[in-house]
Design a protein around this ligand. Structure first.
Ligand code: NAP
Length: 279
């Protein structure tokens, strides 16, 4: 297949490396000439440039730009697409993107590879990033089934674990396990900063170790990521934050009333449930 990749960063670059390895013809689109050159030097793509005309005859185009640019990127590409071209994206939220992009191009299939790392940019791209990781496709009822099958085939070639659901269900699920943790973790850091006694605050910072590293990691990430989650997945995030606040109120009440049996039950339940989410 001829595959276009628009946005040659961590995700776009990693897709290029794997799909090229599978024998596909890869064409990359980037805004900056040095990104195009780096993509050619690293053999991420066969051809690269900043002109959408490179996408002519593409069977599939992956839009791998930041979320805020996905819809306008799809709109800008349309004049260059053939009627058979399937367009997909990799954005971490789906409902807002899928509805808007499908208006521009009916053969649009929303996608979200649940793979990533702390670093971003083409230099962080690596082969095998998606292997054994979930990759969610979020077609609408009207999305042509052939388009979904085309993207599904490529996802299987990445050795990713394929899931399919509606955009709204996707956004509610990732609110629990991805977007809520960012807000919880950032609130944890803010709460620690509220310690007013300098001696205590400085000692806490000096003593912070693996437990704090684990629980504060996603709250210490790039602000743009949390902003994107809050902006594009507002409703689902608010629902999960309310549930989290209820849980905090419950724990506060149990401790205030010295209900140690209740605290014990709470912690026993969470210890038993955690493996449902992560092993
Ligand atoms: P990234 O490494 O920063 O790459 C983004 C790419 O998009 C860069 O090549 C950048 O080009 C280009 N770009 C930036 N702004 C643009 C604009 N306004 N118009 C056109 N191109 C633009 O980011 P990433 O981590 O690969 O994320 C890309 C997408 O993947 C996002 O939608 C994100 O939600 C999704 N995603 C990310 C992860 C993750 O863990 N990182 C995981 C799953 C999904 P320049 O070099 O010219 O700036």
């Amino acid at each position: 297949m001829k595959i276009g990749i628009v946005g040659l960063g961590l995700i776009g670059g990693s897709l290029g490396l794997d799909l090229r390895e599978q024998g596909h013809q890869i064409v990359g689109i980037a805004r900056r000439p040095q990104t195009c050159q780096e993509a050619l030097d690293r053999q991420v793509v066969h051809q690269a440039g900043s002109d959408y005309s490179l996408l002519t005859d593409a069977d599939v185009v992956f839009v791998c730009t930041p979320i805020a640019a996905i819809e306008k990127t799809v709109a800008a590409m349309v004049p260059w697409l053939d009627e058979h071209t399937v367009v997909t994206d990799v954005g971490s939220v789906k409902a807002a993107i899928v509805t808007a992009a499908t208006r521009h191009w009916p053969r649009f299939v929303g996608g979200h590879p649940m793979a990533g790392k702390t670093e971003v940019g083409l230099e962080a791209a690596e082969p095998g990033l998606f292997a054994e990781r979930a990759y969610v496709l979020t077609p609408l009822e009207e999305t042509p089934s052939g388009a979904v099958e085309t993207v599904s085939t490529l996802v299987r070639e990445l050795n990713a674990k394929l899931y399919e659901c509606s955009p709204a269900i996707h956004d509610r699920a990732v609110a629990w396990i991805s977007h809520l943790p960012v807000m919880v973790s950032s609130s944890l850091i803010q709460a620690c900063l509220s310690e007013s006694e300098t001696t205590v605050a400085e000692l806490a910072q000096a003593l912070a170790s693996s437990g704090f590293r684990d629980t504060s990691r996603v709250g210490g990430g790039p602000p743009e990521l949390g902003m994107m989650m809050a902006h594009y997945n507002r409703e689902a995030l608010l629902t999960s934050l309310q549930a989290y606040r209820n849980q905090l109120d419950t724990v506060i009440s149990l401790i205030q009333t010295e209900n140690w049996t209740g605290v014990q039950q709470h912690l026993t339940q969470t210890q038993a449930a955690r493996p449902k989410f992560v092993s």
